[in-house]
Design a protein around this ligand. Structure first.
Ligand code: PMP
Ligand code: G9A
Length: 407
C-alpha cells in the first residue's frame, strides 16, 4: 500500500479540517436544530426572480456567460461593485475590484501572497475560522488580539505590534471582520476603525478587512468600512454575495490597488484561472436592476425577528450566569457560559439532544474560549429557533448540575 503521507509537503501536513465544515455533516440530520454553520436561510434565496434573470442572461449574453472570463472578473460587475462601494464610502474604481470564487478564495490568496512559513499575522480572539485555517495552511504564526464589544482592542494591538517589531518580527497583516463579526457579532465603531488605520500607517502594516455581513444590519446605521479611511492602499477589503444572495454562486470580491492588486490577480491565475462567468452575469443583472438591494432589505426583515426570537428564548430558558450581547446585525450571537463549562465536550450532549452550535475554542488561536459558543440565527425557522434554544438550555443546565456534583 502506498504511504502517501511521506510525500506530502510540510504545508499539507499542517492543514487542519474546518470544524464548521465537519459540523455541516452532523447537522444534515433533519431532527437536529442547527445553530452551527453560518448558512443563510434557504427561504431567502430568490429562486423565482432568478428564473427570469437566468433566462435573460442566457438569451442576451449566453456565449460570453458560458465562456472563460478574465481573471480579474467581468468588467460590468466590477463597475456595479465599484458603484455600491462608493456609496458605502470607499473611493473605488472598477479597476480596483477583483472578482473571486468566494471570499474564502480571497483569504487564501492573501495567505499565498503574504505568508512565508513562520511569518506572523494578527487575528482577533475570537476570529473567523476560515481565515485562521487559510493562514495556518501557509504555516503562519497567528497572534491573537482580544475582541470586546467594540471589536479588536486597539490598545492591546498597539502594544503587541510594538513588541513584535522590537523582536524584529514584522506582522504581515492584521485580519479583521469589523462589522457583525464572525463569530462574536460585534461592530467596531468608526473611532476605533480610524485608530486601527492610524496604527497601520504608523507602523507600515496591511489590514485585511473581511466584510460579508455589513449589509445585514437590523438596528444600526451604516458604518464606513476601514477601507474608506485608507489613503495609502494598505487595506485589502473583501465582501461576498454569499450572505446577500446565495453562497452556491461562489462569488465575492476584493478591493485593492496597484502592484498588490496585480500580484493577487497573478495568484488567482494559478488557483482557478477565472471566477464563474455565469454567476457574474447574473449578479450584475441583479445589481443593475436594483433587485439585489430590494432582496437585501427582505433578508434583513427575515433575520431581525430570528435574532429577536433567539435572544428572548435565551432569556427565557437559559440558566443564570451566561453573557450574550444582542447582535445588531449579521447572523451570529456569541454566548459566554459560566467558567467550568467546556462547550467542546458539551457538544456531544447537545447532539444527543438534537441541537448544534460551534464551540468557542474553534475561533481562538490561543486555545481560549472554552466556555463560549457561537449560535447562528439565520438558518433555522422561527419555530426551530425557539425549540432549539430550549433544548440547548436543558443541555447547559444538565452540564451545570453535573459540574456541581463533581465539585
Ligand atoms: N469571511 C467570513 C467572515 C465569513 O463569515 C465567511 C463565510 N462564513 C467567509 C469569509 C467566506 O465566505 P464565501 O462564501 O464568500 O467564501
Ligand atoms: O459553510 C461554511 O463553511 C461557511 C460558513 C462559515 C461559518 O459558519 O462561519
Amino acid at each position: 500500500m502506498i504511504d502517501i503521507g511521506r510525500l506530502y509537503s510540510d504545508r499539507a501536513g499542517k492543514m487542519r479540517k474546518s470544524e464548521i465544515r465537519e459540523l455541516l455533516k452532523v447537522t444534515q440530520d433533519p431532527e437536529i436544530v442547527s445553530f452551527a454553520g453560518g448558512l443563510p436561510n434557504p427561504k431567502s434565496f430568490p429562486i423565482d426572480d432568478l428564473q427570469d434573470v437566468v433566462h435573460n442572461v442566457l438569451k442576451n449574453h449566453g456565449k460570453a456567460a458560458l465562456q472563460y472570463g478574465t481573471t480579474q472578473g467581468l468588467r460590468e460587475l466590477r463597475e456595479s461593485i465599484a458603484k455600491t462601494s462608493r456609496k458605502d464610502g470607499m473611493d473605488v474604481d472598477a479597476d480596483d475590484v477583483i472578482i473571486v470564487s468566494g471570499s474564502q478564495q480571497g483569504l487564501d490568496t492573501v495567505g499565498k501572497v503574504f505568508l512565508n512559513p513562520g511569518d506572523t499575522a494578527i487575528v482577533g480572539l475570537p476570529s473567523y475560522l476560515g481565515g485562521i485555517n487559510a493562514y495556518r495552511s501557509y504555516e503562519a504564526n497567528l497572534t491573537g488580539i482580544p475582541v470586546d464589544e467594540e471589536g479588536m482592542r486597539i490598545d492591546i494591538l498597539e502594544e503587541t505590534v510594538k513588541n513584535l517589531l522590537k523582536d524584529d518580527i514584522t506582522p504581515k497583516f492584521i485580519y479583521v471582520v469589523p462589522t457583525f463579526q464572525n463569530p462574536a457579532g460585534v461592530v467596531m465603531p468608526e473611532s476605533r476603525r480610524k485608530k486601527l488605520m492610524d496604527l497601520a500607517c504608523e507602523h507600515d502594516l496591511v489590514i485585511i478587512e473581511d466584510d460579508p455581513y455589513g449589509k445585514l444590519r437590523f438596528d444600526i446605521d451604516h458604518i464606513k468600512p476601514i477601507k474608506s479611511f485608507d489613503d495609502e492602499g494598505r487595506v485589502i477589503y473583501m465582501s461576498t454575495f454569499s450572505k446577500i444572495l446565495a453562497p452556491g454562486f461562489r462569488l465575492a470580491w476584493m478591493i485593492s490597488s496597484g502592484e498588490l492588486k496585480r500580484k493577487m490577480i497573478i495568484c488567482k491565475q494559478a488557483l482557478d484561472l477565472c471566477t464563474n462567468t455565469f454567476t457574474q452575469f447574473i449578479a450584475d443583472d441583479l445589481m443593475r436592476s436594483g433587485s439585489l438591494d430590494l432582496h437585501i432589505m427582505k433578508i434583513r426583515e427575515m433575520y431581525k425577528p430570528k435574532r429577536d426570537i433567539m435572544m428572548s428564548a435565551m432569556k427565557q430558558y437559559f440558566p443564570d450566569g451566561y453573557k450574550c450581547n444582542k447582535p445588531k446585525g449579521g447572523m451570529f450571537a456569541w454566548v459566554t457560559l459560566p467558567e467550568g463549562i467546556d462547550t467542546e465536550t458539551m457538544f456531544l450532549d447537545a447532539i444527543k439532544n438534537k441541537v448544534a452550535y460551534v464551540h468557542g475554542k474553534a475561533f481562538h488561536v490561543d486555545g481560549g474560549g472554552a466556555n463560549s459558543m457561537r449560535l447562528n440565527f439565520s438558518y433555522s425557522s422561527d419555530e426551530q429557533i425557539e425549540e432549539g434554544m430550549e433544548r440547548l438550555a436543558n443541555v447547559i443546565k444538565q452540564k451545570l448540575e453535573a459540574n456541581k456534583a463533581v465539585a
